[in-house]
Design a protein around this ligand. Structure first.
Ligand code: GLN
Length: 268
């Protein structure tokens, strides 16, 4: 049997964070119990998790949790791991719509629910609907709604983009859709995440195309569409938007990459 201290000295990837999970101890408790000898099953679990990490398995899936904006979200292999870039969408909404009451918002492809839940926890009187094509993802979103919002206030729909939505209209449609091109070399670093949350057609634009083309039917007069997109897609997104939208504005993420675009529906 090996002690906590001996494991900590092994200097393996994330060993301290993984030990914390295996033994359900905080970092301080770990160091205070350096002499504790791991049981055979604890040792086996530790080796398994260390080996997964060494193959690039994301820590968030081991911890089953990931921070986003102001909350800790439950995650599993059924959902994309929340990215810091996506916090930009929340910042844009806060900057532009703080004074809006009873706004109706649709979050498409919600995954773990990070956008819908973050917005609902800031704007308590907004009515928020969220969709996903994956029942398993919606289950995770449901767990997060229960954990963070005590089950209150978000309508969830199993839907392939707009397909299952009745013709309700929204003031704001928001989405972080899949936008990576099929076959992109970047995907090899993302092999443990659901491919349907990452790629969308040969140029990564299929979902964005679908959302931009259909959004006008679902937007209130003067409503807005806010999309996250790839660093090299801002111009293509703008071109698609120009048919039905105006007041198009692009935003950069903290790395200085084009990452989000907002536009307002034209009033005919
Ligand atoms: N931003 C993610 C990445 O490049 C992709 C997420 C997405 O396609 N929406 O890692």
């Amino acid at each position: 049997m090996t002690s906590v201290k001996e494991h900590l000295l092994r200097n393996e990837e994330d060993i301290q964070r993984i030990l914390s999970i295996v033994l359900s101890k905080t970092t301080a408790e770990l160091y205070a119990s350096g002499d504790y000898e791991l049981s055979t099953s604890e040792e086996r679990l530790l080796e398994d998790l260390v080996s997964k990490r060494s193959k690039g398995y994301p820590f968030a899936y081991i911890a089953k949790t990931q921070g986003f904006y102001e909350h800790e979200f439950i995650v599993s292999e059924d959902v994309l791991i929340p990215r810091p870039e996506t916090e930009l969408l929340i910042e844009i909404v806060k900057a532009k719509f703080t004074d809006k009451n009873n706004f109706k918002v649709l979050d498409m492809g919600t995954g773990s629910g990070i956008i819908a839940i973050s917005l609902k926890s800031i704007f308590k009187d907004w009515s928020i609907t969220a969709t996903d094509i994956s029942e398993k993802a919606l289950n995770i979103a449901r767990q997060n709604i229960e954990k963070i919002l005590s089950s209150k206030g978000i309508d969830l729909y199993l839907s392939d983009w707009f397909n299952e939505l009745s013709h309700q209209k929204y003031n704001l449609i928001i989405s972080n859709p899949p936008y990576i091109a099929e076959g992109d070399k970047h995907l090899k670093d993302l092999e443990y995440e659901p491919i349907s949350a990452l790629t969308s057609g040969k140029d990564g634009m299929d979902s964005i195309n679908n959302i931009i083309n259909n959004a006008p039917k679902f937007l209130e007069k003067g409503g807005f569409l806010l999309l996250e997109h790839g660093y090299d897609q801002a111009n293509a997104v703008r071109d698609l938007l120009e048919k039905d939208f105006h007041n198009i504005k692009n935003y950069q993420d903290l790395s200085g990459n084009d990452r989000a675009t907002i536009a307002q529906i034209k009033i005919f």
